[in-house]
Design a protein. Structure first.
Length: 293
């Protein structure tokens, strides 16, 4: 109950974060851990969303930077230094939520380019988080490529899903893709329902087509925004579960089911997750269902 209450408080006062942070609420010394995903690629868990660390011979490309706090930043840097002495040369942000963008100001202050989708920058304007993440220094609209030390890292925007400014980060030589909160896992795996931040331009209706584009890339491991990396079969299954709930909601709206009865009318007992929407998300979902009728 306390967890649920805390989540609601976050939603109502500080802007959406994607999942309950582990190890306490706020502060700056939440537990973090680093582990190798594949040679040259590390995952830092805890203190917000997952961060990916791609080590090259000429520097590091970092994806996402934890919840805002000096202690979280210091710990992240300490863990990165434990696997490489290379400096961070680029930072990529997967979307505007502060459990991913927190501390981007500190990287900008070091002169490190912070790269994000252009809609991330506009989503920050109305994002009700304190402290508000700093705007990225480099934005792109469809695709962006970083080359460093003979390594290529690609940023792709495949449409609206978790937000309107989602970036999928692809590590082609390692066959890994970082999907951030476009991929929910939870315990048991599959139980974390997709969270579309409608205020931030998210969309459940478009989500399956975004994952379809991800599945066209050549990779065998996907890093979610929280929890452990997953194989292709998991991403396919998660995509199919979202498509099912969207298709059923579309059918309900076509039959004239009103908004306040929509969620109760959708069969979900054969899905891996139970989709429960806050009032604002229900408004957003219903609106896009009406438009796609
Ligand atoms: Zn998020």
């Amino acid at each position: 109950m306390r967890k649920i209450l805390f989540t609601l408080i976050i939603l109502s006062t500080a802007g959406i974060v994607c999942a309950q942070p582990k190890g306490g609420k706020g502060g700056g010394n939440q537990a973090q851990a680093i582990k190798e995903v594949k040679p040259g690629l590390y995952l830092v868990t805890g203190a917000g969303g997952n961060s990916s660390v791609r080590v090259t011979s000429e520097g590091i490309i970092l994806v996402d930077g934890k919840l805002p706090a000096e202690g979280n930043y210091d710990k992240l840097m300490e863990l990165i230094k434990s696997v490489s002495n290379q400096p961070i040369k680029y930072m990529l942000l997967t979307h505007h939520h502060q459990d991913h963008t927190g501390n981007d100001d500190k990287f900008l202050a070091l002169g490190i380019p912070v790269i994000a989708h252009e809609n991330l920058k506009s989503n920050l304007v109305t994002y009700a988080a304190t402290p508000k993440p700093a705007p990225p220094s480099v934005t792109y609209s469809t695709d962006y490529t970083v080359k460093l030390g003979g390594v290529t890292v690609e940023a792709h925007h495949y449409g609206r899903a978790h937000t309107s400014g989602d970036t999928v980060v692809y590590f082609p030589d390692l066959k890994v893709v970082a999907l951030s909160d476009e991929l929910g896992v939870g315990t048991p795996p599959g139980s974390r329902a997709p969270l579309a931040d409608y205020a931030g331009g998210g969309s459940l209706v478009e989500w399956p087509s975004v994952l379809d584009k991800v599945l066209k890339l050549d990779w065998d491991l996907a890093i979610p925004g929280n929890d452990d990396p997953q194989p292709r079969s998991y991403v396919q299954s998660y995509r199919d579960n979202i498509a099912k709930v969207v298709d059923r909601a579309k059918a309900a709206v076509k039959m004239g089911v009103p908004k306040d009865q929509l969620m109760a009318s959708i069969k979900m007992d054969d899905l891996s997750f139970k989709l429960m929407l806050q009032p604002a998300a229900l408004d957003g979902f219903y609106d896009e269902l009406m438009k796609s009728k």
